[in-house]
Ligand binder design. Structure first.
Ligand code: K7E
Ligand code: CUA
Length: 675
């Protein structure tokens, strides 16, 4: 078959497309800017580019991000959804949204939190565990503020098995199983009333870590005066949640906490290689400002920025593990806690001075360097773990803080300070020994060199390049950027504001993810992606081939256990049975019917339904919705779930399938008659 020129350009003829693309890039490279529709291309590609007013650079950038229909992206990024409470899964370099995973928020499309056993369980455990008071006035918690996703690791590299994410608002943490991309567990972490950046895994996912942000009220004797006795009434906690290696679940009984001073613990990171066995937690508000601006005290904004230094917490978690094994803990709200006193006595907790309200702390791939961005200081400060270890060994203390914790001497542990620009926040790394720091105030990304062993070149600890981004960048992420072997390659800038980059879509604007090419000498923005869902904070990027998602569930699989469920229904064992006021329904689902399709119960009955999608075809998802009962379940092929409700509203309710699953989808309906 003859290949037309048009097919060549659109990639329809796969075999020849690579050649043509190579040719286009070659031509573009020689053309700087073009402009006015002058793409510098010849032939059909040139005509199209000219007709659309694209310059040569535009075309080159488009080719870099284009993933032809039917082809897959090289990376996935897992993005927090902020106060939408979800996780977004996005392909790189295409920047297409592949999935939204309901985590702390119900997601009707996925049947998450609307009746299905696996979703309901999460919301219930998320509310009751840990015995934290939750107002009943507005019902159970149905949102969270997701900030920091943490992919599971083996040997310091992402293994594609699980992802954890914290709830900034309520001190909770969730686990998503990447076999089916569903939330399997929410832990309401005892003694944590909030959480923030302390979400990461240790290099072999022995533990997932989560710490307080705003300290927790621990002395409740006089709550109205608690802020006047802030240093006594409040404490921070660093939590090491033990992970079950078989299923990724967090085991609260085998977990522990380290009590911390009531500074505001912020971003944190795990040590690796050189720094394996240690964790690092930033803090701000060493001033312990509490606000009170109506009484003439400074707002927290001013009070927390008064001092020149805040403290990074350095914790030896292997030592902490031994202390826990030796029983030197007390149990508070069901969690083993190492007291501040014990932590100091056992030499597992130290502080390091950090300039002016730090935010990000990011450990370099070799584990040697810890890069800190101070919001009010135009430098990044880089610490060397070997200097930290030596200072601890030599008891090289500047002083002891009011809580008895030794503060290491700044000059003894600091390796370098690099002036990068206004408002440095977070840092990521590439495979060549560079760090990339987001500059919130400057709306830019700064690239700098590390030192040995991460970077072996001529000018260590030097600013190399700066790229303006649009606008107010928070986090940023390089490919596999938090591992011992980052790929670099691309960088995603997570910009908080988009201002003029997209057409107005109402007064609440989308955020802007910008994809940056790191393979060119100068960093280059190659695409903008509006984020119309949630307010992402942090993302992690993993090579797509590491994710081994199931295509379809084996028959009767319960997503909670990922095993065939003993109550799963197969074709032929459906039925309705009654025992007292309890009606048990065994219901099978396939294209295009429910069986049974008529269910008669009495008002006040307790209804237990065992539902199974008995299909084995990937993609053959069915919904199961009961109008007026707030039930909306989604059952993927092979999936089993349980549903329980009280039949309190009388009437004829037309249960139906919510997925357009077949030509007779509209006929996929039945009745629940409540008399
Ligand atoms: Cu938005 Cu990591 Cu929660 Cu910084 S945090 S920006
Ligand atoms: Cu099943 Cu529509």
């Amino acid at each position: 078959m003859a290949v037309t020129r048009r097919e060549l350009i659109t990639g329809a003829a796969a075999g020849a497309a690579g050649l043509v693309v190579g040719g286009v890039v070659g031509k573009v490279a020689g053309d700087d800017g073009g402009g006015g529709g002058s793409s510098g291309l010849s032939g059909d590609a040139g005509d199209i580019a000219n007709a659309r007013g694209l310059a040569a650079d535009d075309v080159a950038r488009a080719v870099k991000t284009f993933v032809p229909p039917g082809k897959f992206d090289e990376y996935f990024i897992f993005s927090s959804g902020g106060h939408s409470g979800q996780i977004l899964v996005i392909g790189v370099p295409s920047m297409r949204i592949l999935k939204v995973i309901g985590v702390f928020s119900p997601e009707p499309w996925q049947g998450y939190g609307y009746g299905a056993d696996w979703g309901e369980e999460n919301f219930i455990s998320g509310t009751d565990a840990g015995k934290k008071p939750t107002s009943a006035a507005r019902g159970p918690l149905t949102w969270g503020d997701t900030h920091h996703p943490a992919l599971s690791e083996t040997g310091g590299e992402y293994d594609g098995r699980y992802i954890y994410i914290n709830d900034r608002a309520n001190g909770r943490i969730a686990m998503v199983d990447l076999r089916d991309f569903k939330t399997k567990q929410i832990v309401d972490v005892p003694n944590l009333d909030s959480s923030h950046g302390g979400c990461f895994v240790t290099p072999n996912t022995d533990y997932v870590h989560i710490s307080t942000m705003t300290p927790t009220l621990v002395n409740k004797t006089n709550i109205h005066s608690a802020l006047d006795n802030y240093d006594k009434a409040f404490r921070g906690f660093s939590t090491f949640l033990k992970v079950d290696p078989d299923n990724g679940k967090m085991l609260v009984n085998e977990s522990f906490q380290v009590e911390l001073p009531p500074y505001t613990q912020d971003l944190a990171d795990s040590g690796k290689l050189e720094s394996d066995g240690w964790v690092f937690i930033n803090s701000y508000n060493a001033e312990m400002a509490t606000g009170g601006n109506l009484d003439g005290k400074p707002s927290i904004e001013a009070g927390a920025s008064a001092g020149d230094y805040d403290y990074m917490h350095v914790i030896n978690w292997r030592k902490a593990e031994e202390v826990v094994k030796a029983g030197k803990t007390s149990t508070i709200n069901g969690m083993k806690v190492i007291s501040l006193e014990t932590a100091v006595e056992e030499g597992l907790l130290y502080l390091m001075p950090e300039p002016r309200s730090p935010h990000g702390i990011d450990v370099s791939p070799s584990g040697t360097y810890l890069t800190v961005g101070g919001k009010l200081d135009p430098h990044v400060t880089i610490y060397n773990i070997n200097k930290v270890k030596a200072a601890i060994e030599a008891k090289d203390y500047e002083k002891i803080d009011p809580f008895g914790v030794p503060i290491l001497k700044f000059d003894s542990v600091m390796e370098a300070r690099i002036e990068v620009g206004a408002g440095p926040l977070h840092t990521q790394y590439d495979d060549k020994g560079h760090g990339y720091t987001s500059l919130f105030v400057a709306s830019a990304v700064a690239k700098f060199s590390l030192g040995k062993p991460d970077y072996d070149g001529p000018n260590p600890f030097t600013l190399v390049d700066t790229l303006p981004v649009h606008y107010n960048i928070g986090h940023l992420c390089t490919m596999e950027g938090d591992t011992i072997k980052p790929d670099g390659k691309y960088l995603v800038a997570l910009n908080k504001w988009s201002i003029d980059r997209f057409p107005a879509v109402g007064t609440l604007k989308p955020q802007n993810f910008q994809l940056v090419d790191l393979t060119t000498e100068k960093m280059d923005i190659i695409t903008d992606m509006p984020i119309g869902i949630g307010e992402p904070h942090y993302v992690q990027a993993i090579r797509a081939d590491k994710i081994k998602s199931w295509e379809v569930y084996p028959p009767g699989t319960n997503p909670v256990t990922m095993e065939p469920d003993p109550n799963a229904i197969s074709d032929g064992n459906e039925g309705v049975t009654r025992s007292g006021n309890t009606v048990t329904v065994k219901l099978s689902i396939t294209r295009s019917r429910f069986k049974p399709d008529i269910i008669k119960v009495n008002k006040g009955d307790k209804v237990i339904m065992h539902l199974t999608n008995i299909e084995s075809t990937p993609d053959a998802t069915h919904g199961f919705a009961i109008p007026r009962y707030n039930v909306n379940i989604s059952l993927d092929a092979g999936e089993y779930t349980k549903l329980e409700f009280e039949a309190d509203a009388p009437g004829a309710f037309a249960m139906y399938c919510t997925e357009f699953c077949s030509a007779l989808h509209l006929e996929m309906q039945g009745w629940i008659l409540v008399a």
